[in-house]
Ligand binder design. Structure first.
Ligand code: ADP
Ligand code: MG
Length: 469
């Protein structure tokens, strides 16, 4: 080891990085580093702060590693030690310090410092930010409204209500608003799930001990905030007391021009057992819905999330997962987590074979696509140039009967609905009709060699569509 010039490799790496990255980017991140010493197959470089280290590692580690390997012909690990701001500049032809004042690293670090002053918001996840929210056609309107609100709370769109099915990004988007306002202003932000809101309210109703007035402090807490984010309001169904309290909180905050944001897993019109006046308040909100991501959006989400986690996922694996998981973003990300965990534990890169094998169960889960019979009926009808009502109705012309039987067969294959439930979705047909239809298709499959391909392409189209609201 003694005869290998580790410091020389490092200096050469820096020279090449400066060439590759350009002066500005290079001096922002690398000119404050200092070569310290060689370890066993590693070099140890001093770096000003943990923030700086994390940023450099997440952005440049793979390029640093590959340069070190290219130059030395062996694996040399890049290790760091935090040495504080006073680091001497040892980068070749280092820049004068005044130039580095407004570099990317410095301004990012300044932003980080001011965030540290205020601290992470205690109730929200700090990774639920706009930077980590992939915007596509399915959520563009909601995301842009959310961004506008963040920049102008209480003014832009107030109150605001985000609705959509499970795992589509409601909580993430809501907390991105909260995190942005918390970081960039002195406004007080409260995030709470409806469940906890209810619990605190019930706590407030309890008989008082030691003269504390918990109901009063509950009211004060929620009526003197600048931004109130309440997640999953559908949970308050059939709870008239807390609904009344929320109604008054809503009015008080809106009068004071404070920002209100709600999320809900369904359209307001479908909320049951809510007081009429609270519903009328929700109806006043700017209501935006989140749709399930389509194939391209699913790929983009997987790519961005893998990058944030520093995981290398080949394009064909991204394609495989996106094609097979169309239900929602949560399922998509949990598939990705499975793959990342596997490679981390096994130390092997992800291949398409590994992905296929690891995710087999997820891909085949019947309800994974949250498939509704409505979607199955719609896609099948469209395929045959018919309307959903043709399939649900009683017409007996040959092509309609065939399409109807096929949709029933696919429904039985792709979902775990019973034949009775499927019959209901076809305009209230008897379960024996459904069973008879399925048998018919099974019989045809034995003789018609093209039918299987038709069924497969219908299934793909149905999966691709995902959930619709
Ligand atoms: P919901 O509240 O609608 O059930 P969440 O906000 O909990 O959904 O989102 C589920 C997961 O999917 C979270 O990990 C979230 O970060 C991620 N996610 C959802 N939408 C997006 C998006 N557009 N870009 C990146 N990640 C997303
Ligand atoms: Mg949620």
């Amino acid at each position: 080891m003694a005869d290998l010039d580790y410091e020389g490799f490092w200096n050469e790496t820096l020279i090449q990085l400066r060439n590759d990255l350009g002066e500005e980017e290079f001096s922002g991140w690398f000119s404050d580093m200092k070569y310290l010493r060689a370890g066993k197959n590693s070099i140890i470089v001093g770096i000003p702060s943990a923030f700086h280290r994390d940023k450099v590692k997440s952005r440049y580690l793979s390029i640093i590693n590959s340069k070190l390997k290219e130059l030395s012909g062996m694996e040399i690990a890049f290790e760091t030690e935090i040495i504080g701001k006073t680091a001497k500049k040892t980068a070749p032809q280092a820049q004068s310090s005044s130039k580095s004042e407004d570099t990317a690293a410095n301004s990012a670090e300044k932003a980080q410092k001011s965030k540290e002053k205020r601290g992470k918001h205690p109730q929200m996840r700090d990774d639920y930010t706009f930077d980590r929210y992939v915007i596509g056609e399915n959520n563009g309107f909601a995301a842009n409204a959310a961004i506008a609100i963040s920049k102008n709370p209480g003014k832009a769109y107030n109150p605001f209500l985000i609705y959509g099915g499970v795992g589509l990004g409601k909580t993430h988007l809501m907390q991105a608003i909260g995190n942005f306002i918390h970081e960039n202003s002195d406004n007080k932000v409260i995030y709470i799930t409806s469940e906890n809101f209810l619990n605190e309210y019930l706590e407030g109703l309890k008989p008082q001990e030691h003269g504390q007035n918990t109901m009063k402090s509950f009211k004060n807490k929620y009526r003197y905030t600048d931004v109130l984010l309440i997640d999953d309001i559908q949970f308050l169904t059939d709870k008239p007391g807390v609904q009344e309290e929320l109604f008054h909180t809503y009015n008080a905050l809106l009068d004071a021009k404070k920002q209100l944001v709600f999320t809900c897993d369904r359209p307001v019109s479908e909320l049951k057992k809510f007081s009429e006046r609270l519903i009328s308040r929700f109806e006043l909100c700017l209501k935006v819905d989140l749709q399930p991501p389509r194939y391209e959006e699913r790929c983009a989400i997987l790519r961005a999330t893998a990058e944030n986690r520093n995981a290398q996922i080949p394009n064909e694996v991204i394609d495989l997962v996106s094609k097979n998981i169309s239900s929602n973003v949560r399922d998509l990300i949990s598939a990705l987590n499975t793959l990342i965990a596997y490679t981390e534990l096994m130390g092997k890169p992800i291949t398409i074979e590994i992905a296929q094998q690891r995710l087999k169960n997820l891909f085949n889960a019947p309800r994974q696509a949250n498939l509704s019979m409505d979607n199955i009926i719609r896609v099948t009808a469209e395929y045959f140039g018919l309307t959903p009502n043709d399939l649900k109705g009683k017409k007996r012309s040959q092509n309609i009967v065939f399409a109807r039987q096929l949709a029933m067969y696919i429904g039985r294959e792709m979902t775990d609905y019973s034949t009775t439930e499927i019959g209901q979705d076809f305009g209230g047909k008897d379960h024996t009709t459904v069973m008879h239809s399925i048998d018919k298709i099974k019989g045809k499959l034995l003789t018609d060699s093209t039918l299987e391909a038709t069924i497969d392409s219908l299934k793909r189209a149905i999966k691709e569509l995902g959930v619709k609201y």
